[in-house]
Design a protein around this ligand. Structure first.
Ligand code: ADP
Length: 398
């Protein structure tokens, strides 16, 4: 039997040299950029030596010698950031160089000897690839597991941090609310007493300042209440309280409550409730809050025209509330953002500055999720808006 190991042993340096050059030049193996020569060669010398031994000894299935080298190679390649296709490519180049090195020797051999040699070389290289991939994959899995553990720790840390910040913020908000409520109460009282006195006419100018304090105080209180509400909703602290209610009554109550906020605006509020379900099982306070926010938005963003609230059963499981207005409307791009907390449409787009916190619709959206519904908005800039809330007739309390 012809010994093909000789050309490999004699040309060992040359084979390695050619291989390093090819690997470095190959555009499909980018991870070698910046690596030193020994880092690239790594175990290849051992695989080559093992290949020579196998070819010389005629022990075609004794691969033990290459196992360790290939396993280490896989670990190193994972650490060096190679991807699997790059490893496959470096072995492909290795195989090519081996065959071209023993080409002359092969040409002098018999057909059987050639077949035998090809089979041995392929088996050794395939085994090396298999072992290399095995350790490469193992190493990558370990890296991922480490990463996952680190992420879990970071996540815990962040959650703790967020919770502490939220607690601090809520504490601060509550602390501000107490003096703020006094400021609002006393300003209101002072204003009413002064207005009742007959001599006030001469001091009207001064009262405007108090009115300003009152308006700003109320605005700040609304912002604090909304911020506390959204923070409660986001942390999942809000619980469902289900009860059978007549939605018509809730809507009428909210509509009645909001009428004073129309002020001097020339708006007609219409309630279309004759198709309303008689009873629904839901969280009445949350429903009330949703309707209040949608209706008060309709009032704030409409100068004149009509606001309509309608309510009707859709099928045996669902009902809907529709709040529409003839107000300033919302552009298509802004529709994507209006449910984000603290998002407000820029005044130059709405063309007028309207007081707000940017939290109303974010709260509505969270509340609707809690009471298992969905909301749809249709609007066009300058042509009014329609908010449709679809809800289950009976929330299943699981
Ligand atoms: P804000 O306190 O600013 O009203 P919201 O979360 O309630 O906060 O609404 C977010 C934005 O969506 C508003 O700034 C406003 O531009 C727009 N918007 C909400 N409701 C309407 C409506 N009925 N008509 C026109 N624009 C609206």
């Amino acid at each position: 039997m012809k010994d093909f190991s000789q050309p490999l042993i004699e040309n060992k340096e040359k084979i390695i040299e050619r291989w390093v050059k090819k690997v470095c030049e190959d555009s499909r193996i980018e991870s070698t950029y910046g690596l030193s020569r020994p880092a690239i060669i790594d175990h290849l010398e051992h695989v080559l030596a093992a290949l020579a031994i196998i070819l010389a000894q005629d022990k075609k299935d004794n691969f033990e010698t290459i196992v360790e080298a290939s396993l280490n190679h896989g670990i190193l390649r994972a650490e060096q950031g190679f991807d699997a296709s790059e490893i496959a490519r470096e072995y492909h180049l290795f195989r090519q160089i081996i065959f071209s090195t023993i080409e002359d020797c092969l040409l002098q051999a018999t057909a059987i000897e050639i077949m035998e040699a090809i089979r041995s070389i392929d088996s050794v290289v395939d085994e090396a690839i298999a072992r290399c991939f095995q350790s490469y994959t193992q190493q990558r899995i370990e890296e991922l597991e480490n990463l996952q553990n680190q992420l879990a720790l970071h996540n815990q840390e962040l959650t703790r941090f967020a919770r502490t910040s939220q607690d601090n913020l809520s504490y601060l908000a509550h602390e501000i609310k107490t003096p703020l409520t006094s400021i609002i109460g006393y300003s209101d009282l002072f204003l009413r007493i002064q207005k009742q006195k007959s001599e006030i006419k001469s001091t009207y100018g001064n009262l405007e300042h108090i009115e300003q304090v009152l308006t700003s105080g109320r605005k700040l209180l609304r912002l604090i209440n909304n911020a506390l509400e959204i923070s409660r909703l986001e942390t999942g602290e809000t619980k469902l309280k289900l009860e059978p209610i007549n939605p018509r009554e809730v809507i009428e109550e909210v509509t009645h409550m909001l009428k004073p906020s129309l002020g001097n605006k020339n708006i007609n509020i219409k309630a279309n409730l004759h198709k309303s379900p008689q009873v629904v099982v839901t969280d009445s306070l949350k429903l009330q809050q949703i309707i209040t926010n949608l209706l008060s938005n309709a009032v704030r963003y409409t100068e004149s025209g009509e606001i309509e609230i309608a309510c009707e059963t859709i099928d045996e499981n669902r009902w809907k509330i529709v709040v529409s207005d003839t107000g300033i409307g919302i552009s298509e791009e802004e529709l994507l953002n209006i449910f984000n907390p603290y998002y407000r449409v820029a005044p130059n787009i709405t063309s007028c500055v309207i007081d707000g916190t940017g939290l109303g619709l974010a709260i509505v959206s969270q509340l609707i999720t809690i009471i298992k519904g969905e909301i749809i908005v249709e609007s066009e800039l300058g042509n009014g808006s329609t908010f449709t809330v679809i809800l289950p007739l009976q929330i299943q309390n699981k």
